[in-house]
Write a protein of this length. Structure first.
Length: 265
């Protein structure tokens, strides 16, 4: 079923912009978007076709996904919502070389659409007396355990090892993760999953052999357990305290153990 429905692709050079107007039911919209993209990329020789749609338009998103378009970004508050406000727009595009059919295509499309979560790998190292090793970053007020954000296609353990190598300038053998903690949104960041690995024990004097990257690390510190809450964020303090006293091992959320009872059904 359609009502004044039209689809067109406006080309500038070898890049086309897909537009449609009027109403069409979902099957008609799916077919029209797919045919317009195929005609533009294959028939007209364009290398790229893109479309900008309201973030609230689920039918348009489905049609673009089925036609092999991948989401590339979000423009905030640019589409009038009809009540005096604005909503976001989503930018989609399909390139001539993109795979459109098969599981590989679906994986690529979903990878552009599904949520992405940061993964963080930190390492807990203690000295002979039980003090915990921290780095003092140049770009924040609080101290951090050695480690950092894991890169794409890097395991949490490999990321922690790489970050330790970059921050300390030495290699440290890692044991099993002591805790996997879900971190809620914080300071404008989205949520994240943090792994804290057991870095064993080092002599206190080992810090003399560390090589700090001057643009990132101001210094190194051994902290007594009771000093830690004044030096780190509260959720980090909870995580570390749970590791040291054994009450927060395994899986936690924002540094706190999770109620093991089943949730509501």
């Amino acid at each position: 079923m359609t009502d004044g429905f039209q689809v067109r692709v406006v080309a500038e050079g070898d890049v086309g912009v897909l537009h449609w107007s009027g109403y069409a039911d979902q099957p008609t919209l799916d077919e029209a978007v797919s045919l317009a993209a195929d005609d533009s990329l294959i028939g007209r020789g364009l290398r790229r076709v893109e479309a900008s749609i309201p973030a609230t338009d689920r039918a348009a998103q489905r049609a673009l996904h089925k036609a092999g378009f991948r989401r590339e970004g979000r423009r905030r508050r640019v589409v009038p919502d009809g009540s005096g406000g604005y909503t976001d727009a989503l930018l989609y595009a399909r390139l001539i070389e993109d795979q459109v059919y098969g599981m590989g295509a679906m994986t690529a499309i979903m990878d552009s659409v599904m949520p992405t979560h940061r993964v963080i790998g930190h390492v807990l190292v203690r000295d002979e007396t039980g003090r915990v090793l921290f780095v003092e970053p140049t770009y924040k007020d609080h101290w951090e355990l050695p480690g950092g954000v894991v890169e794409a296609n890097e395991s949490p353990r490999a990321g922690a090892l790489r970050e330790v190598r970059e921050e300390l300038g030495v290699e440290i053998a890692l044991g099993a993760p002591l805790v996997a903690d879900w971190m809620p949104p914080y300071l404008g960041w989205h949520d994240a999953l943090e792994f804290i690995f057991d870095g064993g024990r080092l002599a206190a004097g080992a810090v003399e052999d560390f090589v700090p990257p001057p643009e990132e690390i101001r210094g190194y510190h051994w902290a007594e357990p009771d000093e830690i809450p004044s030096r780190v964020e509260d959720f980090s303090a909870r995580r570390i305290a749970g590791i040291l006293d054994g009450t927060g091992l395994g899986y936690t959320e924002a540094g706190s153990p999770v109620d093991p009872r089943p949730g509501p059904r």
